[in-house]
Ligand binder design. Structure first.
Ligand code: CA
Length: 282
């Protein structure tokens, strides 16, 4: 199909990341990592912004109201009415040069988010799982830039990106207990110029991967074959998410970089419905 991504007329920030559709609120959240800001755009085009007080890598809803954030120091809650953040659980207090990065919730409401070193030191990061009781569990160690996370429609698989590997990997997933196993490559990027960043999964099991340095979002079918390329007029594409009333619109975030002084938010018809973004149940 012909793709027509349109730039959404908002001040998206310098490093927009982690779009997250909130069906109840009828809008999309995203973060501006380095600015430490959480943005929201509703269906009428009204934008709201909250300050996280530190770099923020990912956002998800909370079933009880407000948001859960993956911030520099760990997991935090954001009260949307007061704008106050409060710590839920610290992560890697012994690694002050690390910060949290991308994250997402499974259907049961466990929030998975990973870390990276500010200088991208190899193997300095990890992937963690925040359970509804606020206990944090190490899921994957020896990660360099922890990024996109998503699940297959039946939640028997979990997709995961450690960007410098230039791969999307897949694990067997246990939706009852939140455990993973059997890591293997799912898709390899064809270009050495681009790194995989955020991802989103559609209802047919297709995996949409944002390409940092690649000016594109790739869709890989459930077998891991590249079957669509969405060109993006920004070089550093950071993430994507399904949204809209039918979950069939693709929101794409992109960062400042070559030829772009500012980041951007794009929107276009995906041609397929996505899986919903689940809230954190803690
Ligand atoms: Ca990212």
């Amino acid at each position: 199909m012909a793709w027509t991504l349109e730039r959404v007329p908002v001040a998206a920030g310098t490093l927009p990341e982690g779009p997250h559709w909130d069906a109840a609120a009828g809008g999309v959240y995203w973060v501006d990592i380095s600015a430490g800001r959480v943005h929201f755009l509703d269906g009428s085009g009204e934008q709201r912004t909250w300050e996280a007080g530190q770099p923020v890598g990912a956002v998800a809803g909370r079933a009880g109201g407000g948001l859960v954030l993956a911030v520099r120091d760990g997991f935090a809650a954001l009260d949307l009415a007061t704008g106050q953040t409060s710590a839920l659980a610290g992560v890697e207090p012994d690694r002050p040069d690390n910060r949290m990065n991308d994250g997402a919730c499974d259907r049961a409401g466990r929030f998975f988010a990973g870390t990276k070193a500010e200088d991208d030191a190899p193997g300095a990061g990890a992937l963690y799982r925040l359970d509804p009781d606020h206990v944090v569990t190490l899921i994957v160690a020896d990660v360099t830039i922890s990024n996109g996370i998503g699940w297959s429609p039946d939640e028997q698989l979990m997709y995961y990106v450690d960007s410098p590997t230039r791969r999307v990997d897949v694990f067997d997933y246990d939706p009852a207990g939140g455990a993973i196993g059997g890591r293997r490559p799912f898709a390899r990027l064809p270009s050495a110029d681009a790194m995989p960043d955020g991802l989103a999964v559609d209802a047919e099991g297709g995996v949409w991967v944002a390409l940092w340095g690649g000016s594109a979002v790739h869709r890989y079918d459930a077998a891991g074959r590249l079957d669509q390329v969405v060109e993006v007029p920004h070089v550093n594409v950071t993430s994507c998410a399904f949204g809209g009333p039918g979950l069939d619109l693709l929101y794409v975030t992109a960062a400042a970089g070559p030829g772009a002084a500012e980041g951007a938010l794009y929107l276009g018809p995906a041609g397929v419905a996505g899986l919903p973004a689940y809230p954190f149940r803690g």
